[in-house]
Design a protein around this ligand. Structure first.
Ligand code: FPP
Length: 255
């Protein structure tokens, strides 16, 4: 079996890119150097993802709670995202990668918002991979907005997912459920990221710091995913088979 052939492939992979600061501190560098190395890891992962059969990749670039960081660090992260979306546009068009952003746009610097919107427009026909940056993103805030759009009864789960799409500024386009959620740098929490979409996500925590992440670490996460038995609350084929003698036993009555 070729090494890129996974039996159960995660179609939507979402990543909490953590550990940039620690990576820089360990080298005696300013934190922004860690974010800059993190931007290079983003390039590696975006290049590897479609080859591995991933159709949707969502990267947590800036949490709404990250506004609590020093303004210089916030500006530095925004500058890196702007540089990435501007530089990547030609390659994304050539490689069929659609770029989108989820999160609040009204607080982003004008130049970043304009760069994102231009890249979204130019890459909108990409069919191989949808690459989303979650930026100024809070899952709880998105759920609150979606609830006000959905109205009093909330509707069905499916309808609510579309309300969430409206809250994300992507009306009519439901963000797919996350199959595999990766968090780097050893922390084991969700940090207000894709709470609705990750209801049945398999979660892979790795100690690798984000700037050291690349195709090899992504493959490791995918192999981990492949070992998981996903039942979505039902029974796997194995468990279902095991139920047969159990049922028989329960129905059995001593003579
Ligand atoms: C978390 O590491 C990382 C962030 C808050 C920012 C992520 C940003 C990038 C990867 C850079 C550019 C992004 C794109 C999309 C090109 P941390 O700073 O919290 O690390 P620490 O926990 O070690 O301090």
């Amino acid at each position: 079996m070729p090494s890129t052939c996974y039996e159960h492939r995660p179609l939507h992979v979402a990543i909490i890119m953590d550990g940039n600061g620690r990576w820089a501190t360990r080298r005696g560098l300013p934190r922004i150097a860690g974010h800059s190395a993190g931007a290079e890891a983003v390039e590696r992962v975006v290049e590897a993802a479609p080859k591995l059969g991933i159709r949707s990749l969502t990267l947590f670039a800036f949490a709404s709670d990250n506004w609590k960081r020093p303004p210089a660090e916030v500006r530095g992260i925004f500058a890196l995202v702007e540089r990435f979306v501007k530089r990547a546009v030609t390659q994304c068009v050539e490689e069929g990668i659609e770029v989108r952003a989820v999160g609040r746009r009204d607080r982003l610097p004008d130049a970043l918002r304009a760069a994102i919107e231009e890249t979204e427009a130019l890459t909108r026909n990409g069919k191989r991979l949808t690459l989303r940056f979650a930026i100024d993103y809070s899952s709880r805030d998105a759920l609150v907005s979606a609830a006000s759009i959905a109205g009093a009864d909330g509707g069905s789960r499916e309808a609510f997912a579309y309300s969430l799409a409206m809250a994300y500024g992507e009306p009519g386009r439901r963000l797919p459920d996350v199959d595999l959620l990766i968090r780097t740098a050893g922390e084991q929490r969700l940090s207000d990221f894709l709470l609705w979409e990750s209801a049945y996500a398999e979660i892979h925590f790795t100690r690798v710091l984000w700037p050291d992440f690349g195709e090899a670490a992504l493959r490791t996460a995918m192999l981990d995913f492949e070992q998981r038995h996903r039942t979505f609350g039902g029974l796997s084929a194995y468990d279902a088979a095991a139920q047969t003698p159990l049922t028989t036993e329960l129905e059995w009555r001593p003579a």
